[in-house]
Structures are given as C-alpha cells and as structure tokens.
Design a protein around this ligand. Structure first.
Ligand SMILES: Nc1nc2c(ncn2[C@@H]2O[C@H](COP(=O)(O)OP(=O)(O)OP(=O)(O)O)[C@@H](O)[C@H]2O)c(=O)[nH]1
Length: 417
C-alpha cells in the first residue's frame, strides 16, 4: 500500500477544558455518519468516561489509580507513569493497527465452485485513526513515552496534530499569544504537520484569530486598543499596567507576533464548534491537505532518520560483538552469532474489541499468555526506547533535536518555494 493510501492518524492535543473530548466525539460521529468508521485510541488514563467507543483504551491496560497508589504519585506523575507503562505495548498496538488497516484480502475460490472466486468479505478500509491525549499537554508531548508513541505512529502512518484551542478564552492579545507559543513549541517538539482548531465558535467567532494570524497590523491595532482601553492582559476594566502593559509586555507581544508570522504560514487554521458540528467539513479538508504535506515533506525526512538510526544500531551491534569476541578471546567468523531467529510478534493489547473481562486491581490489566514469555524482551526493548527517547530529548547525536532540525530545513525550503 502506498503511503498516500494509508489511513491518516489525527492526534488531538489541547489544554484541559479546550473541548478535546467533545471535538473527538464530533469528528468520530461525523465519520460514522459518512460510513467511514475510524479507529479510535484513547491515551488519557485519567479520564472517567469517554462519550465514544475506543478500539484501544489505555485504561484497559493500565489502572491509573493503582499506579498512583503503588508509586505514591500525584495526578500528573500517575498519568506519566501510566503512559510509560502503556508505551511498553507499542509494538502490539502497531501490530493491531497494521492488521486493521491492511487492504482487503484477495478473492478466494469457494469450495463449492473452485473455479469461481468468492467475493471478498465486506471490509471497509479504515481511513482515520483518532487519538485522544491527556489534557496535561506537557505530560504527553514532553515525555519519553509520548515521544515513543508519536514516533511509532508517525513512522507507520501519515500523522497530523490537531491542536484544540478554547476560542472564547483566547480573545485577548496576551492569551492568544500564549496559546500560539504553546502551539509553536508542540510543533517544534513533534515535528509533525499541525492544524489549529479554534473550538467553540458557537460561543465566539474565530475570525479575529484568523485575522491576527494573517495581518500583523490587525494584531498590533488590537494590542493598542487593549492598552488604551485598559483591558490589556484580558482584564476588562484593568488599569492597563498588567505586566507593564504600557511598555515591556506590549512591545514583547508586538515582536512575538512578527516572529511568529513565519510559523503561522505552515499551519492550517479552522474554526469549529464541537457542539453544533459547524466547521467540521473544513477540518477534514485540512486533514487531507496536511496528510499530503506529511507524505511530501515529512515522510522523506522520517525515513532518512529511520535509516540513519538503523545504520547506527547495526554499527553499534557490530562494535559490541567485536568487543565481546575480544573478551571471550574467540577467533573465527562471528556471522553465526549475528542473526537471531526472528521472533513472533505478540498479538493482543488493550484492544477494547478483543478484550475479555479484565482483572481489576493490578497496574497492568491486560496480561495474556504470550506476555510472560516476552517480558524480558519487552523490558529490554523498553529500556532501549527510554534511553533513545531520553537521548533524543537531550539533543544527542541522532535525536530529533540534534542535527535533525528537519522541520526547520523544511520551513526554510518552503519559505524559498
Ligand atoms: N459552547 C461550546 N462548549 C463546548 C464546545 N466544545 C466543548 N465545550 C464545553 O467545554 C467543556 C470542556 O469540554 P471537554 O470536551 O470535556 O474538554 P477536554 O479538553 O476534553 O477537557 P479535559 O478532559 O479536561 O482535557 C465542556 O463543558 C464542554 O461542554 C463547543 O464547541 N461549544
């Protein structure tokens, strides 16, 4: 299957209360009404109930409350540790996704009439993978496990980030700018195409935000109005001195808006109301646009990075093997030791569809027979991933924050084009 035919993964991130879950529910029901059943993944371990069915739900695999109790953690630590535990299952999740997104099987001759092909069973390919994330953005976006989950997804499917914004709470220049800076940091951290979703347009039209993003002077005028009207910082009737509104903050916001002009150009912006469904079609148009952008601009870079990591891994293995042989003082070819027989992939995970009744009380709820055998493998692969992710975060060689500023290169290229 070519990348363009693969389903697109839409990862919804947004501050607590921005309406992520309501938005997920809306796009989910929109796709259902168009008979394009999506594959839904919930990565929020702390959510009490979700108003839609998930195919994979972190809560089926990890007991958040138990994690908090056993590790003596607060809510954020609990979410982080739950995500870490869940990240150990990423191979199984990808295995499941691959199975569900594979093209329909070819027609098979029926037993009654072997010369005639039986029509393949009804199998509508999945076109969308929807991912809900915890409201504590930083716990997901800036954690090693968030990195693992996003990287794994993006290396298998075109992936876009939908950043949900609470429009009524973004009408002042300073809250708007804070939100844009947050979006910018997520864009640079994930290096994935992003759609800004101004939600709750039934309560507040998003035209002002679109204007501020395309017309620097309009933003400056709004800033001036706020300063003169004494509502700077979003405080109606304030004295205009919040954060030194007359000077420092105002000029900082001015400069920021100039700096962010470049960033705005690479975003899709849509206004939606998850409540009424307004703007959802435009959102899906943007998803298609960003999917194409992913395939065109991001995929080659991801592949280059993957190949580079593969090469580094092989080189490292060779080096370690050489050292081992030296230590053991063994002469002769090492070829026989190089290739371990391929392992069967475990199949099950916290897939809501495949779930039998889970045992309550443990931290990891979804243990099956295969897992006992693979536990060592999982631990070592987890250890490896964590190290890798932590390394990446530190910006060491090979990590996304080292020489790999592909996004910047892309931005530069796009700017020239
Ligand atoms: N008026 C209006 N309210 C909305 C809209 N979308 C969500 N809300 C309301 O915003 C509040 C928060 O919505 P949620 O979907 O729970 O937000 P969330 O981002 O998932 O919140 P967390 O679970 O805390 O991360 C709820 O009261 C929703 O009813 C919308 O389009 N219009």
């Amino acid at each position: 299957m070519s990348t363009a035919d693969l389903p697109v993964a839409i990862v919804c991130v947004g501050m607590a209360g921005s309406g992520k879950t309501t938005f997920m529910q809306r796009i989910n029901s929109n796709l259902h009404s168009r008979k394009q059943i999506p594959y839904v993944i919930n990565l929020d371990p702390a959510v009490r109930s979700v108003p839609f069915d998930s195919n994979i739900d972190i809560r089926d695999s990890v007991n958040y409350k138990e994690v908090m109790r056993q590790y003596n953690l607060g809510p954020n630590g609990g979410i982080l540790t739950s995500l870490n535990l869940f990240a150990t299952k990423i191979d199984q999740i990808l295995g499941l996704l691959e199975k569900r997104t594979a093209p329909p099987p070819p027609p098979v001759p029926s037993a009654a009439n072997p010369t005639h092909n039986r029509p393949p069973p009804q199998h509508k390919p999945i076109k969308h993978i929807l991912v809900d994330t915890p409201g504590q953005i930083e716990v997901f976006v800036w954690s090693a496990s968030g990195d693992i989950l996003l990287n794994a997804l993006a290396s298998s499917y075109p992936t876009v980030i939908a950043y949900i914004i609470d429009t009524p709470r973004t009408t002042s220049t300073s809250t708007f700018m804070s939100n844009m800076l947050y979006a910018c940091s997520i864009l640079y951290k994930t290096k994935l195409p992003m759609i800004l979703v101004f939600n709750k347009t039934d309560a507040q039209d998003a035209a002002f935000a679109k204007e501020w993003m395309t017309d620097f002077e309009a933003f400056q005028a709004a800033l001036r109005n706020e300063e003169e009207g004494g509502s700077f910082g979003g405080v109606e009737g304030g004295n205009g001195t919040m954060g030194g509104g007359s000077g420092y903050m105002g000029s900082l916001l001015n400069s920021m808006s100039l700096v962010l002009e470049e960033f705005y150009r690479h975003l899709s912006v849509v206004g939606v109301s998850s409540m009424t469904g307004d703007g959802i079609d435009e959102f899906f148009d943007s998803v298609q646009e960003k999917k194409e952008e992913f395939v065109r601009d991001y995929q080659p870079e991801l592949e280059r990075r993957r190949e580079q990591r593969e090469k580094e891994k092989v080189a490292k293995r060779e080096k370690e093997l050489g050292r081992l042989m030296k230590d053991m003082n063994v002469s002769g070819s090492s070829k026989s030791m190089r290739k371990a027989p391929p392992k069967e992939e475990p199949e099950t995970v916290s897939d809501a569809e495949d779930m039998e009744d889970d045992e309550e009380g443990g931290m990891m709820l979804d243990d099956d027979e295969d897992e006992g055998e693979d536990i060592d493998d999982q631990e070592s692969s987890l250890d490896h991933r964590y190290r890798k992710a932590l390394k990446d975060n530190r910006g060491d060689e090979g990590g996304p924050s080292g020489d790999d500023f592909s996004f910047m290169r892309y931005m530069h290229k796009a700017n020239l084009g």
